[in-house]
Design a protein around this ligand. Structure first.
Ligand code: GLN
Length: 534
């Protein structure tokens, strides 16, 4: 039977609970345990599909096409697992499923209540998540004290009932703020949040403190005392320069040993060598050649909006011994600014996105990269914009556009396919894994070195196949194709050293130790410098 680790948060949100959970997962995996990771989101949305990246950061897409919280991305990258829809439990999912059961008459005669019906529904999912695993880490979103997260915390509490005390561990991640006026760290908020947790019936076994400055032994003792845990169960997670350092930071303080002791698990293996090598390279990256990548997206104000993409670029840079510098470009800027920024860069990325804002600037940015032999990688919307740019400026197709931006265009090079028409927003997207056949003797084949690849999707619009011949005759090759559904997956410009657009999101498949080949090769091309200057 699986053992459970619950991770709760105190005082404020955005404490890095996701990274902490993922790091613990990594440590335990390196001890040879089979790990599953769950994120509970107390909001009433069923999934993150319609949530704004401005508010919640990136929507992470799983292989089976679930639109989930970005913490699942951390889990996949740190623990090297492939998550599914089941790894993200939202209050929306729980309520809908309980209400659906009630309508079907499955609770006949009963009054349907938060406890036990919602909590049972949550617990059933926790139990299911444990099938086939040694340890399940369950991160509960939000902060202890929120009304919304109560059913999840109650379910977490109930999980220790009818189990041995060595089957569940509760970790509380909390903030220890620093007051500059008195130059001290304050433990009172932690004290309150531990009390709150206790009121719910959960006694924490380990406290992870987030603070700007290291805790003194006295402070540790104080927190240990009021939390009723031994001082060694107070683990400090002060700020580090890279998130990938966190597993080591926790390891140094014995986090893995503490957990194994509490769960009465033993391991005589531990392998973090490759990971440590990767972290050392990140720390030394400032010595490497800098690659300046321009990212022209819409949501550049919130860093987390392109989380997986930023990480994929970092993984690729580290594997190329390059020092990543991302320059965010607002494509609503003047043409001169766009042109100058791109000409002064090593490569251009247009990430995925929705809506019309900034599109003309993106198309102009792509034109600049194409005409100046600057490496270009277009992702989803980026690929669609590359098709529009090519149609307008090379094929001279007047007003070529996507139906998303101009529903009346005479040249819809990006269109909506028949069975996706008229459906409601949110229900019409091509989501998750789809296979793609790669054309031999293409840049795509050089990159992947495989005849068929599978990548994750999240989009509504597609390349319009009636333009395929015209594109290919003029050098824009369709090098990736989904033959079953007849959908274009990859386009590349043969008259350019590195110009490629993909309809999917390769960033979701990049891992620190297994960087994605598309990004690795994009960075490699970008490191060759501006091809015009050679
Ligand atoms: N807006 C485009 C579409 O729906 C692209 C989506 C994306 O980039 N993920 O097809």
């Amino acid at each position: 039977m699986a053992k459970y680790i619950f991770i709760t948060g105190g005082v404020v949100s955005s404490l890095g609970k996701g990274i902490t959970s993922a790091s613990i997962g990594r440590l335990l995996k390196s001890h040879g345990f089979k790990i599953n990771m769950i994120k509970c989101d107390p909001y009433l949305n069923v999934d993150a599909g319609t949530m704004s990246p401005f508010q919640h950061g990136e929507v992470f897409v799983t292989q089976d096409g679930a639109e989930t919280d970005l913490d699942l991305g951390h889990y996949e990258r740190f623990v090297e697992i492939n998550t599914t829809d089941d790894n993200n439990i939202t209050a929306g999912k729980i309520y809908s499923s309980v209400i659906e059961k009630e309508r079907k008459g499955l609770y006949l005669g009963q009054t349907v209540q938060v406890i036990p019906h919602l909590t049972d529904e949550i617990k059933n999912r926790f139990v299911k998540a444990g099938e086939g695993y040694d340890i399940v880490l369950i991160e509960i979103g939000g902060t202890v004290g929120d009304i919304e997260s109560l059913p999840f915390l109650e379910a977490a509490r109930q999980m220790k009932n009818n189990r041995n005390s060595s089957d569940t561990v509760y970790i509380h991640v909390t903030l220890v703020p620093y007051l500059s006026s008195s130059d001290e760290l304050k433990t009172k908020p932690t004290q309150h949040s531990v009390t709150k947790l206790r009121e719910i019936g959960i006694d924490p076994d380990i406290i992870v403190t987030r603070s700007e400055k290291p805790l003194t032994p006295d402070l540790k003792k104080k927190i240990a005392l009021f939390s009723s845990v031994p001082p060694e169960a107070i683990i400090e997670a002060h700020n580090v320069s890279s998130i990938y350092e966190v597993p080591e930071l926790l390891k140094k303080q014995g986090m893995d040993e503490q957990i194994m002791m509490l769960l009465r698990l033993r391991s005589n293996q531990y392998d973090m060598k490759e990971w440590e090598r990767f972290v050392t390279k990140i720390k030394e990256a400032y010595k490497y050649r800098q690659v300046k990548i321009v990212m022209a997206g819409k949501y550049t104000k919130l860093k987390d909006s392109y989380k997986s993409l930023n990480e994929a670029l970092l993984h690729a840079c580290i594997s190329n011994s390059a020092n990543l510098h991302i320059e965010y470009l607002d494509t609503e800027e003047k043409k001169e600014t766009i042109e100058e920024t791109i000409k002064n860069s090593d490569g251009l990325i247009i990430p995925g996105g929705f809506g019309e804002r900034g599109i003309e600037g993106k198309i102009f940015a792509i034109k600049t990269a194409r005409e100046n032999n600057i490496p270009f990688l277009g992702i989803c919307l980026g690929m669609q914009c590359a098709a529009i740019e090519f149609a307008r400026n090379v094929l001279k197709l007047k007003n070529a556009n996507s139906l998303e931006f101009d529903p009346k265009t005479q040249n819809p090079v990006i269109t909506i396919i028949e069975n996706q028409k008229n459906a409601d927003k949110g229900g019409t997207m091509r989501l998750g894994n789809y296979p793609c056949s790669i054309k031999k003797k293409s840049l795509a084949f050089n990159i992947y070195n495989k005849p068929v690849v599978t990548e994750r999707h999240r989009h509504r619009f597609e390349f319009n196949n009636s333009y395929m011949d015209k594109f290919e005759k003029n050098g824009m090759i369709i090098s990736g194709f989904n033959s079953k559904d007849k959908l274009v997956e990859i386009i590349e410009y043969s008259k350019h050293p590195f110009f490629i657009g993909v309809q999917f999101h390769p960033e979701f498949n990049s891992r620190p130790l297994f960087p994605h080949p598309l990004f690795v090769n994009f960075i490699k091309a970008s490191m060759r410098g501006n091809q015009n200057e050679i």
